[in-house]
Design a binder for this molecule. Structure first.
Ligand code: 5AD
Ligand code: SF4
Length: 585
């Protein structure tokens, strides 16, 4: 059965697998350049990063003839997974209009920045990037330059004031208009501003309906891998944490209907996607009402669990107060749900949590952690922390350190507080923790978390884990051409190991070392590279293997671990002429 699945997968997306491997190399195999990441080189889904999602020059035979065969698009994305998804959707819509992607602004007719406002640094980056385009715009006035997303909603006209050569400013609730707006600007050269209503500019319903959820088309080619996709289940946020700009720029919380979400998951599965990550600012607050019927988040998980072809379901970001027992039981009982919960604590001090208006106490957070540990003992938990929030004393910080030591998170994302105009915190409190103190607390907490992460990874040594293979590792992506892989330590000498020449003939019907038992297709024998993927509990693993393994779920025996990565070898067990038996982690 599994053999069928391996081969069906391979046939479903044979060409795109290679194209994606190339695309991943071109974009550096990354979701983004992250900062203050305590534990790993890539941000988990659902937390904010500074990143780039650059256009990769690719032939697009599907859309090139439709409308505008010569139009070229460059898009750069900063921020969280919501932004990654928004960019994917904008690109899909523009491809339909005949755009192809290019990887430098110099070659582009339309240059778009999909932006983030969570911290000052993210906005500064965009203004500097815009500054670098001023000259290009003077010499090539036909280029359309657009600022999309959170910063567009946050700064609105200010963007035109600071960068008068910008043509388009489009908020996250108006992204569906981008293709038409670009065309209008190209025709009349008049700048366009399209944003949603401010939170206080109308009734809740009026404001909510001015933020349109934008999920019309998917573009697998814009995703880091075709096997993984984000699925938005809600937009906006109603929590109003005092430091956070999100409720202002992303609008009121609104859950999508389960029917729409299921249809999207089925479509993704049909395209060969194996893992979906459900996105929401407070994803576990999901609740959809339709007349008498209410769908809770746990109900939605159960529905998605039935989608054939989807093998893994993750979700980010969770809000601690909404981590109800039914959600934990869904994680426990539904085997496709990843044992991984990102539940930001933000601080270990009740005084600071109150100032942040997080609406829970440290005791309540601890109680939630105890329930997670009891209900899903093998679950990895990760957190976000803000250090140096207004009024944070050494004692408050020590309490945060104690919480981290006690909860032993798989990893934590640590941010220095960045005051955001338009938030309650900005109005009410003084940003009184000096920058050097923020920096020191940040580094101290990072070091503590890294030690915990390293300790936490040690028990994996000697174990077999199931890995969804995402693509070449960063190291492999950097190498110009794949080199023969160095010999890895033997996981278990009784088992054939992919990557060890001496055991190749035992690996299945084809006799190659690619981990496949199919006799009837071509192999790139011996082309081993370092691959990367994740466990069910979101740990990153690297191991040597044939690029043809990308997109498959394989058992990997771990032989070493540091704070960020598990190192392993792919294991195949040939249990009979027809069947591969795979041990599960
Ligand atoms: N300053 C610093 N960090 C912030 N975050 C949100 N707003 C701010 C801010 N103003 C962090 C929180 C959140 C993560 C996505 O970003 O920790 O969980
Ligand atoms: Fe921001 Fe708080 Fe909403 Fe998260 S829950 S998006 S931190 S306001």
């Amino acid at each position: 059965m599994f053999r069928d699945r391996l081969c069906r997968r391979r046939r479903l997306i044979p060409a795109s697998a290679d194209r994606f491997a190339a695309a991943r190399m071109a974009v550096g195999n990354t979701f983004g350049i992250e900062y203050c990441v305590a534990n790993e080189p890539r941000r988990p889904r659902g937390s904010h990063t500074i990143g780039r999602l650059v256009g990769v020059a690719m032939a697009d035979t599907r859309s090139a003839t439709i409308n505008n065969p010569l139009k070229k698009l460059y898009i750069e994305t900063v921020g969280c997974q919501m932004n990654m998804l928004d960019s994917e959707l904008v690109v899909a819509a523009l491809r339909k209009r005949g755009y192809t992607l290019v990887n430098t602004p110099r070659d582009a007719d339309a240059i778009l920045f999909n932006t983030c406002s969570v911290r000052q640094h993210a906005e500064d980056k965009i203004y500097s990037a815009l500054g670098r385009l001023k000259h290009a715009k003077t010499h090539h006035p036909h280029k359309v330059i657009g600022v999309l997303g959170c910063m567009a909603q946050n700064h609105q006209k200010q963007i035109f004031e600071r960068a008068p050569f910008v043509d388009l400013v489009v908020g996250p609730g108006q992204l569906h208009q981008v293709p038409d707006l670009i065309e209008q600007v190209a025709k009349d050269r008049q700048p366009r501003l399209e944003v949603s209503l401010d939170r206080k500019a109308g009734t809740r319903n009026q404001v909510a309906s001015s933020f349109e959820s934008y999920d019309p088309l998917r573009d697998p080619e814009m995703r880091p891998t075709p096997y993984q996709a984000f699925v938005r289940i809600m937009i906006g946020c109603d929590k109003f944490c005092t430091y956070c700009i999100v409720p202002k720029v992303r609008g009121p919380e609104q859950s999508r209907s389960p029917e729409q979400i299921l249809a999207e998951a089925r479509q993704l599965a049909a395209e060969g996607c194996r893992e979906i990550t459900l996105l929401g600012q407070t994803v576990n607050s999901y609740r959809h009402r339709d007349g008498e019927r209410t769908t809770r988040f746990s109900d939605l998980l159960a529905m998605l669990h039935d989608v054939e072809g989807i093998d893994r379901i993750k979700f980010v970001t969770n809000y601690p107060k909404d981590m109800t027992q039914d959600v934990l039981e869904a994680v426990r009982d539904l085997p496709k749900i990843c044992r991984y919960l990102h539940v930001p604590a933000q601080s270990g001090s009740n005084r600071i949590l109150e100032r942040m208006k997080r609406l829970y106490t440290v005791e309540e957070y601890r109680e939630m952690m105890a329930r997670i540990r009891e209900t899903v003992p093998d679950c990895a938990v990760t957190s976000d922390f803000i250090v140096g929030f207004c009024g944070e004393t050494e004692e408050d910080f020590e309490q945060t350190v104690r919480l981290v030591e006690e909860c032993r998170f798989k990893n934590s994302f640590i941010f220095k507080y960045s005051p955001r105009e338009g938030t309650k915190g900005y109005e009410l409190y003084t940003d009184d923790v000096p920058e050097e103190v923020k920096k020191r607390r940040n580094n101290d907490l990072l070091a503590i978390q890294n030690r915990i992460s390293e300790e936490d990874n040690q028990p994996f040594i000697g174990r077999e884990v199931e890995i969804l293979i995402e693509g070449p590792s960063k190291r492999a992506a950097k190498q110009q051409s794949p080199q023969p892989a160095p010999v890895s330590p033997v996981a278990d000498s009784s088992l054939p190991i992919v990557g060890q020449a001496s055991t190749g003939q035992d690996n299945g019907a084809c006799g190659s070392d690619c981990g496949c038992d199919d006799t009837g297709h071509d192999h790139e024998h011996g082309q081993l590279i370092q691959l990367t993927g994740r466990t069910m509990c979101d740990r990153i693993a690297v191991f040597d293997g044939n690029p043809r393994l990308i997109g498959q779920i394989m058992p990997v025996r771990i032989y070493d671990a540091n704070a960020f990565t598990l190192f392993g070898v792919v294991v195949t067990q040939h249990a009979g002429p027809e069947v591969y038996s795979l041990s599960l982690s």
